[in-house]
Ligand binder design. Sequence first.
Ligand code: MN
Ligand code: MN
Length: 312
Amino acid sequence: MSHSIEPSTCKGPLPDEVLEKYIRAGKIAARVREEAKRIVREGMKLLEICETIENMIRDLGGSPAFPCNISVNEVAAHYTSPPNDARVIPEGALVKVDVGVHIDGYIADTAATICFSPEYEDMIHAAERALEAALRIMRPGLMISRVSSEIQSVIERYGFKPISNLSGHEIGRYMIHAGKSIPNVSHLSIERIRSGGVYAIEPFITFKDAAGRVEDGPEKYIFRLVKTKTALKSANAKSLLRFIEENFRTLPFAERWLKKRYASESYKTALSELLSSKCLMAYPVFIEVSRRPVAQAEHTVYVGERDIIILT
Ligand code: MN
Ligand code: MN
């Protein structure tokens, strides 16, 4: 997942037992991402892909850190299947699969792009090279703007355009977006990569003639807890809030994950109440403004004092 800015919570090098959990989460995320590349096919139901990926994470001993994102063509990010989703992978599609795994709240975030038409191969290649170039220069104290301009210059060298309003991000415990963001275009900033930080780097790119920006689409299928102290009217809303707090804490979740818990559709009114009382926020699906296809590559990296570990 991508974007957003939250205050940073932890400073300094990570204790070994924490780093070990990040490493475990990263291994699972990498394995699941590679498996996703093998299983995704034209005509396949998005719902089946989401559920297969999320179950695989659980079978490997992790927990999904956010719902599996399957974003097709001009949809850049934040699409996950709603309950009973009938959508399928269209013919000739460009498909981003974005996977998050956590162990005890320590998150690894990674994504790959798959295509079913040769016209997108160069774009995927450019996104991957931009990511590699950024990872190669990562070190404590490096200006974040330097990472951004490296990403942008590789993308442009390949003849593509970065998405200017989607960025990588620092990761905190139970917080997918914590601390600093890492834009994919050069910008003025004095922020630096810090020792002990965990960062998701994620170039998003499109064709040169595209707008190179995303806008919020009307659909919202991913939610997150933002506030627990509110006077809620219904007992259903109170119990749903408790369920969310206990199971997902401050991590994003899907409506599908609520539906599984509640046999009837009763959770729906409770969910609406939690949204209108601002206990939850909803992530809109991001769509490229000029409706051109978008590719993405993403890894999570730990920046140690002496060495850099690509976790995914
Ligand atoms: Mn991310
Ligand atoms: Mn991601």
